[in-house]
Ligand binder design. Structure first.
Ligand code: SF4
Ligand code: SF4
Length: 336
C-alpha cells in the first residue's frame, strides 16, 4: 500500500481524544499506523517538531509542496468572536486556526473530525460559552449540516468529513477508520446520516450491556452503585446512543455501564446539553421521555408493565443492591 500522510490538529477541545488514542492496544497506536502505512506528518502532542519546524510542515501542506492525505481535527472549530476565529490563533502565524483548518481541508484527500467536539461542536459549544466562543463542528453544527465547512464539502477523495464522534472517541473507532481509508474501503455508504462510520454507529450501547437482564425485567437501579438497569431512573441513554461500547470494550474490559455510570450518549450531537442532569431520567407521568430509539411508546409501556409483573425475586432484589444478594437457584435435575 502507498504511504498516507496524516496531519493532526487540535482546536477547541480538552485533548482527551488524543489521550484515548494512546490507549490503543493489540496492536498499539504506532504499530497500527505502521500496519496501515500511515505516516504521521505532525501531531501536537506526539511529534518532536515544534515552533517553526511544525509550522513549516503546515505551510508545506497548505501550499501543496507536501501531499496531505488525511487531515484530522480534534476539538471544535472556534469561530468567535463574531466569526473572526480570533479566539484561537495558531501561535506564530498571526492567523486563526479556523483559517488554517479551512485551507488544509481544501487540500486533504480525507478529512476526519475526531471526537464529538470536532464533529458537532460538543462540550465546547455547550452552555453560556457557546454563542461567544462560536464553537462548531467541521461539517455539522449540532445535528444540522454545515459547521465550518458547508454541507456540500467533499474532500479530495470524494468523501464528506468523516465524523468519528465520541467524547472521547474510542481508539478503535479512529484506527479502524484510518485503516479503512488506507485500504480504500470507506465509501459514503459506510457513513450514517450524521457521517459517523457505520461499523460502530450501526450499533446501540445497549447491545451487550451486562445489565440487560435487569432491563428485560425493568428491574431498575435507584441510586449510584446499584446493579440494576439505569434507564428508568439514572439517565441511561444506551437504548438510543449509537456506539458499540459494550461489545468493543474500552481498555480491553471497560465501558461506562460496566464502570457503574449511565451512558450519556456522547456520540450524539447535542449530548452536552440534555436539558436535565446527566444521571437523572426525565419522565412524564412516571414514563421516561427518552424511550428506546425504535420502539413505539405504547409497546414500551405495555412491555414494561408485563415484565415488571414477572420479575424474578433474584433480579428485583439485586437491582437495588451494590452486590449480588440473591443467587440463581440450583436445580436438582440436570440441565435440559
Ligand atoms: S443500563 Fe442502559 S445500556 Fe444497560 S441495559 Fe439498561 S438501558 Fe441498556
Ligand atoms: S457508553 Fe455512552 S457515554 Fe459512554 S462512551 Fe459509550 S456512547 Fe459515550
Amino acid at each position: 500500500m502507498p504511504e498516507l500522510n496524516l496531519l493532526w490538529l487540535q482546536s477547541g477541545g480538552c485533548g482527551g481524544c488524543t489521550l484515548s488514542l494512546l490507549n490503543a492496544e493489540q496492536p498499539a497506536l504506532m504499530d497500527r499506523l505502521a500496519d496501515a502505512s500511515i505516516r504521521l506528518l505532525w501531531h501536537p502532542s506526539l511529534s518532536e517538531a515544534s515552533g517553526n519546524e511544525a509550522l513549516e510542515i503546515l505551510r508545506a501542506c497548505a501550499e501543496g509542496r507536501q501531499r496531505l492525505d488525511i487531515l484530522c481535527l480534534e476539538g471544535s472549530v472556534m469561530t468567535g468572536p463574531s466569526g473572526t476565529g480570533r479566539f484561537h490563533m495558531l501561535a506564530g502565524t498571526g492567523r486563526p486556526m479556523m483559517a488554517w483548518v479551512e485551507e488544509l481541508a481544501a487540500k486533504a484527500a480525507h478529512v476526519l473530525a475526531v471526537g464529538t467536539c470536532a464533529a458537532y461542536g460538543g462540550i465546547t459549544s455547550a452552555g453560556i460559552t457557546g454563542p461567544s466562543v462560536g464553537a462548531t463542528g467541521l461539517q455539522f453544527h449540532g445535528e444540522h449540516p454545515g459547521g465550518l465547512l458547508p454541507a456540500s464539502f467533499r474532500a479530495g477523495a470524494g468523501l464528506p468529513v468523516v465524523n468519528v464522534a465520541g467524547c472521547p472517541t474510542h481508539p478503535g473507532w479512529v484506527l479502524d477508520t484510518l485503516l479503512a481509508l488506507s485500504m480504500r474501503r470507506l465509501t459514503e455508504d459506510d457513513l450514517d446520516a450524521l457521517h459517523r462510520p457505520r461499523f460502530y454507529a450501526d450499533h446501540l450501547v445497549h447491545h451487550g450491556c451486562p445489565r440487560n437482564e435487569f432491563y428485560e425485567f425493568k428491574a431498575s437501579a435507584e441510586k449510584a452503585s446499584d446493579l440494576g438497569c439505569m434507564m428508568e431512573n439514572m439517565g441511561c441513554k444506551g437504548t438510543q446512543a449509537h456506539a458499540d461500547c459494550n461489545t468493543r470494550l474500552w481498555n480491553g474490559s471497560g465501558s461506562c455501564l460496566r464502570g457503574g455510570y449511565a451512558c450519556i450518549s456522547c456520540t450524539e450531537p447535542r449530548f452536552e446539553e440534555p436539558g436535565h442532569p446527566f444521571t437523572e431520567t426525565p419522565k412524564v407521568a412516571g414514563i421516561p421521555i427518552g424511550l428506546p430509539s425504535d420502539m413505539p411508546k405504547a409497546w414500551f409501556v405495555a412491555l414494561a408493565a408485563l415484565s415488571k409483573s414477572a420479575t424474578p425475586k433474584r433480579v428485583r432484589e439485586n437491582a437495588t443492591s451494590d452486590h449480588v444478594v440473591v443467587t440463581p437457584a440450583v436445580k436438582k435435575t440436570g440441565l435440559k
